[in-house]
Design a protein around this ligand. Structure first.
Ligand SMILES: *Cc1c(COP(=O)(O)O)cnc(C)c1O
Length: 426
């Protein structure tokens, strides 16, 4: 079993709760032992983990710095002010709120700041890569608001900006959302801004997936174009699990009130402090090199998978993720996910645009490079990963963990990750 890498206090957990200690160590072994290609995950730094595992978790700090409902907030005030100032500076934003507990919590607050129940919201449809909080019926967003979904074009698999404009003119939505969970290409924020202005809607960019690439200056920023930008801090950005909102100064009061007290109680101050650490890391030149490598790796991985007979949706990627259509191989997304898992490669099945298969089967997989790039992998490794995925996915139908080919791939995965491990042992 591995030893923890972040400090001496782990012995306390081992003696108090050996069951949970074992789970924590086994999870660390899982991270070290396989390839993590889930596009929405990353490997946070020991510094971020140290802030997360700190006594700032104890503090009640309802309210905002200097305006708290509890005493004893002097130290956590400094942490939140640092987090906010670093966010404003890194993203060149007029206002930042670093309290949202998650991406979905941040999004709830944005709806609350800009909409009344029943208002129309134009957003990318879920099967084309939108998020549950962009109007899915199973989410508050679809239940309390009126979603108008837009699509990607069937020929190019790119956002259909003409359709976005037509729907905006027809429905006159209060809010237009740009941003998705499975869209591999750059989004034309200026085009969205123009459409929003034409119909008098506010423009909200949900940058959860790609904000880390913006922080690292690898792709253009939505901030100059949007009224409000929400995101998670744990994806490419590589911070703690959590959310954040940036907005123009005119919306600052509404956003702050929508986070607290409207939709949240006390902020998670250990997480706010860890967000500050992640923002400091993301402002470094090292992180900029990381972000550029994430994109280069993603393109190399998509290319390598094409060499294995798979098709990259939209013909490739400009970001940290690629959406891969498996139909040519006659393998479903669910089958590919299971075979890769048995070979030590973690990725997810994903619907592709106009997918003929139901969502639980899906015709595609989504692969992302944030985690493997944090481990120090480069384009040459992506070539190897593509070949390993090709072998795993191509393994005979119905193969089970232990089958010869999957076991052989698993052995090669182990060798690859041993050379560039996640969380290097001291
Ligand atoms: C991940 C994601 C979210 C939700 O984040 P959680 O922290 O899981 O609540 C919201 N919007 C988009 C576009 C996302 O990719």
């Amino acid at each position: 079993m591995s030893t923890p890498f972040w400090g001496p206090d782990f012995d306390e957990l081992t003696s108090t709760d050996p069951e949970i200690a074992d789970i924590v160590l086994a999870e660390l072994d899982r991270l070290r032992g396989g390839l993590q290609l889930i596009a929405s995950e990353n490997l946070t730094s020991p510094a971020v983990l140290a802030a997360l595992g700190s006594t700032l978790s104890n503090k009640y700090a309802e309210g905002y710095p200097g305006r708290r409902y509890y005493g004893g907030c002097a130290e956590v005030d400094k942490a939140e002010e640092l987090a906010n100032a670093r966010a404003r500076e890194l993203f060149v934003a007029e206002h930042a709120n670093t309290q949202p507990h998650s991406g979905a919590s941040a999004n709830l607050a944005v709806y609350a700041a800009f909409c009344q129940p029943g208002d129309k919201v134009l957003a990318m449809s879920l099967p084309h890569g939108g998020h549950l909080t962009h109007g899915a019926k199973v989410s508050f967003s679809g239940k309390w608001f009126t979603p108008v979904p837009y699509s990607v074009r069937e020929d190019s698999e790119l956002i259909d900006y003409d359709q976005v404009r037509e729907l905006a003119l027809e429905h006159r939505p209060k809010l237009i959302i740009a941003g998705a969970t499975a869209y591999p290409r750059l989004i034309d924020f200026a085009a969205f801004r123009e459409i929003a202005d034409e119909v008098g809607a506010a423009l909200w960019v949900d940058a959860a997936h790609f904000i880390g690439l913006v922080a690292g200056k690898a792709i253009p920023s939505p901030v100059p174009h949007a009224d409000v930008v929400s995101f998670t801090t744990h994806k490419v950005l590589r911070g703690p699990r959590g959310g954040m909102i940036l907005c123009r100064g005119e919306h600052a009061k509404a956003i702050d009130k929508a986070v607290f007290p409207f939709s949240q109680g006390g902020p998670l101050m250990h997480s706010v402090a860890a967000k500050a650490v992640a923002l400091k890391e993301a402002a470094s030149t090292d992180y900029q090199a990381y972000a550029a490598q994430v994109v280069a790796n993603s393109a190399a991985l998509a290319k390598s998978l094409e060499d294995e007979g798979m098709r990259a949706v939209s013909g490739g990627t400009d970001t940290h993720l690629a959406l891969i259509d498996l139909q040519r191989l006659g393998v479903t997304g669910a089958e590919a996910e299971a075979r890769c898992e048995a070979a030590g490669i973690t990725l997810n099945k994903n619907a592709i645009p106009y997918d003929p298969a139901p969502p639980m089967t899906a015709s595609g997989i989504r692969v992302g490079t944030p985690s493997v790039t944090t481990q120090g992998m480069t384009e040459a490794d992506m070539g190897e990963i593509g070949r390993l995925i090709g072998r795993a996915v191509g393994a005979e139908r119905g193969s089970q963990p232990g089958d010869a080919e999957l076991a052989s791939v698993a052995g090669d995965v182990s060798r690859l990750v041993a050379a560039k491990p996640a969380y290097r042992r001291a």
